[in-house]
Design a protein around this ligand. Structure first.
Ligand code: CA
Length: 729
């Protein structure tokens, strides 16, 4: 009994203690870098002192294998720690932004999702290539931040990023030309791509050094197109071959980035407990980018060593001795297990990789893997590595057997000499393959076929989606204030205030704070059918706000009073309203001074039942001598919009106000609905409420003008994509 209690005490001590020592994890992934193109593997013409520092301050793994010989599947293996063939990610995905099947399945747990379970903060940078559909976005796959691009490659110079968004793409490789994404937003980056990715990584470390973090930095360098900036090219004037010179410059840019990252870790004092892993996703395609796999046979795309054996170094000063060199076969699938096990995280799925640390520090002396497998479903091709032996089968041969310890270049097929070994590995592969899945999507090699099957492949109907791009202001205007609602969680308290409780018009809802929240790049105002106790209830009160014992609905209303107001300008609100019966969504502005209606009200949008018909309204109101509102109102039956476009209610629309000292013009999707001459909007006391600053209010009311919601199903939501206020210079 005593022993058990002691065990528990120790366990909880270690658990508590380990909380404090969770290592930071940084994966630095190069793209199509040759095995021989780093100093730690013997490269002579491209100095890589910073990349080499990862190896000399930690371990060089000479027999490290990617789980596939091209980008996409290899990355799917790294980010899940599992053979990608287990979940059908056996091909390089096509850029298919409308296709939720084209990418990493939701059944898989990403390393960011796993580490999040132990409170890691994470960022993905650079090339994603694990799906371009919104459901595959890095922020949907456990990352807190993203800075990069979704496609399988990219142009390096900002002036070549001519497309604003995926909606402007017409063919597969147009993905290389998009502006970069910062989280969900397209931004204007000005630096050479590799430098920009390094800079953002350093920024992230700077901002997150106090808590455990995970960085997945996927440089697309030195993948084609071969493009390097003068800063790096001038270091390699002596290299005659232009391709190799540019390639060297691109690798040198990565090396500078690695240097900046290591420097920042040191400066922040977190070097000791940060795990830095440097590797390439596959072997070098020597002809394409002038990379060099050294003695290894073959290159990117095939299962000879040149295609799958990759440069690999890992440092973690707390656990790995400097200048460790490790020769046993390891896999890039091991990164996941190494990170999660040392972060005290239990993965959701069974991993194929293992924690490398006990092997690298000598605690365990047996090889980490009994056997490793590769499969190219389409070629078809197969490979197995066990001990010193390697089996390789490509379409045109009957299978080959090599001793890769003595014959690194895979020159001498020994299957005749060692047929027992040959048959054993061959059988092992077939047994393994039985457990794998067929590919779940078409790949890059099926581009033509995919286009035939999906003629509207790149047709993104952006009317249904939140915007991702903050455009330049209209000519003569500048952006005064905006909220794009692009973070997840609660609304920005610097900008907005929630209304609480019963507020206006005998409406049915109790306004609550939690019914307004940010999700998937929009502000959600959510109407719920739920009983909320009226904390101001007084049985005998004459006030409607007090005499109701409870509310039967809840919803949300937010405004900018005392936080933001403006006088004259253009307001644009992009929103998707819910036209269900009983709902009353609105976009208003209200004057900062005086009581309603003397303060003035402008309704860019009101939607409710008018004479029993669903109606869109565009109004302004001010005050008569009895302090009752005078309305200037335009009422348009909803049917006018839905007759033209039956999907009108499923789409986002832009409500706009153009307000000057002369007029207020209200537009819906650029169609003028109402024009109000503000010479005629004086209150009876002579005060003009439309010459004073106004604040903004967004709300979703229930009942009253909205009609009876009792037959409507709940919850319902009113989505606001953005609000932007512009003023003339
Ligand atoms: Ca690659």
């Amino acid at each position: 009994m005593k022993k058990i209690i002691w065990g528990l005490v120790l366990l909880s001590f270690f658990n508590g203690h380990s909380q404090a020592v969770k290592p930071n994890v940084i994966i630095i992934l190069a793209d199509d870098l040759g095995y021989n193109d780093v100093g730690f593997n013997g490269c002579l013409d491209i100095p890589t002192p910073n990349i080499d520092a990862v190896a000399t301050q930690g371990a060089t793994l000479t027999n490290a294998y990617a789980s596939y010989a091209v980008c996409g599947p290899s990355r799917a293996g790294i980010i899940t720690g599992r053979y990608q063939d287990r979940f059908g990610f056996s091909r390089n995905p096509l850029l298919a932004p409308n296709d939720s099947e084209m990418g990493l399945p939701q059944s898989e747990e990403t390393l960011s999702e796993a580490l999040k379970k132990n409170n890691y903060t994470s960022i993905a940078l650079g090339k994603w290539h694990l799906g371009a559909h919104t459901t595959h976005h890095p922020l949907k796959r456990g990352f807190d931040q993203f800075y990069g691009f979704l496609s399988g490659g990219h142009q390096y110079f900002p002036e070549l990023w001519t497309l604003n968004d995926l909606s402007e793409i017409k063919k597969q490789f147009d993905g290389y030309k998009t502006k970069l994404l910062k989280n969900y937003e397209r931004i204007d980056e000005t630096e050479y791509l590799t430098d920009a990715l390094s800079r953002e990584t350093v920024r992230f470390i700077n901002e997150n050094s106090q808590k455990p973090f995970f960085i997945y930095l996927a440089y697309n360098a030195p993948h084609t197109p071969l493009q390097a900036s003068e800063k790096y090219l001038k270091r390699f004037r002596h290299i005659k071959d232009k391709k190799r010179r540019t390639y060297a410059a691109m690798v040198s840019a990565i090396d500078d980035g690695v240097g900046d990252i290591l420097h920042k870790l040191k400066e922040k004092g977190i070097e000791e407990n940060t795990m830095v892993i440097f590797l390439s996703d596959n072997g070098g395609p020597e002809h394409h980018n002038a990379s060099d796999n050294g003695e290894l046979r073959g290159g990117k795309g095939d299962f000879f060593e040149g295609g799958i054996r990759v440069p690999f170094a890992i440092k973690w000063p707390a656990k790995i001795k400097p200048n460790t060199v490790y020769h046993q076969p390891v896999s890039t699938l091991d990164i996941f297990a190494t990170a999660t096990e040392n972060a005290n995280v239990t993965p959701k799925n069974k991993l194929d990789g293992i924690n490398l640390i006990p092997y690298l520090n000598g605690t365990l002396s047996k090889p980490p893997h009994d056997i490793l497998f590769w499969r190219n479903f389409d070629k078809p091709a197969a490979a197995v590595r066990q001990g010193k032996f390697k089996y390789v089968k490509i379409k045109k041969n009957k299978g080959l057997l090599f001793n890769v310890n003595s014959d690194l270049g895979e020159k001498k097929d020994i299957k005749e000499k060692d047929s027992v070994q040959f048959l054993k590995l061959k059988k092992a592969w077939f047994d393994w393959n039985e457990k794998m899945k067929s590919p779940s999507f078409l790949g890059l090699i099926h581009n033509k076929k995919y286009n035939e099957l999906h003629p509207d492949r790149f047709h993104i109907d952006s009317d249904f989606l939140p915007s991702t791009n903050l455009p330049k202001p209209p000519k003569g205007y500048s952006l005064l204030w905006n909220d794009e609602f692009n973070n997840d969680g609660s609304i920005d308290g610097q900008k907005w205030t929630n209304e609480i409780g019963f507020v206006r018009n005998h409406e049915l809802q109790w306004y609550k704070k939690e019914n307004a929240y940010l999700k998937d790049q929009v502000l959600v105002l959510e109407a719920r059918r739920e009983k909320v106790k009226n904390i101001h209830y007084k049985r005998k009160s004459k006030s409607w706000k007090q005499q109701r014992k409870d509310a039967k609905y809840s919803s949300a209303s937010v405004h900018t009073k005392d936080k933001f107001s403006f006088r004259y300008g253009v307001v644009e609100v992009r929103a998707k309203i819910d036209t269900s019966k009983g709902l009353w969504p609105a976009i208003w502005t209200l004057g900062i001074d005086k009581k309603w209606p003397s303060k003035g009200e402008i309704d860019l949008l009101e939607y409710y039942l008018y004479e029993d018909k669903p109606t869109v309204l565009a109004n302004a109101a001010w005050s008569n001598s009895l302090l009752k509102p005078i309305w200037n109102s335009i009422k348009i039956p909803l049917q006018k919009f839905t007759d033209k476009d039956p999907k009108w209610g499923d789409k986002f629309h832009v409500w706009k106000m153009d307000w000057t000292e002369k007029y207020i013009k209200l537009y819906l999707d650029d169609v003028l609905l109402n024009s109000i001459d503000i010479r005629n909007t004086l209150n009876s006391d002579g005060f003009n409420p439309f010459k004073q600053p106004h604040y903004v209010l967004l709300n979703l009311a229930i009942g009253a003008n909205g009609g009876n919601p009792s037959k409507t199903s709940f919850p319902r939501s009113y989505l606001i994509d953005y609000i932007r206020v512009y003023q003339q210079h």
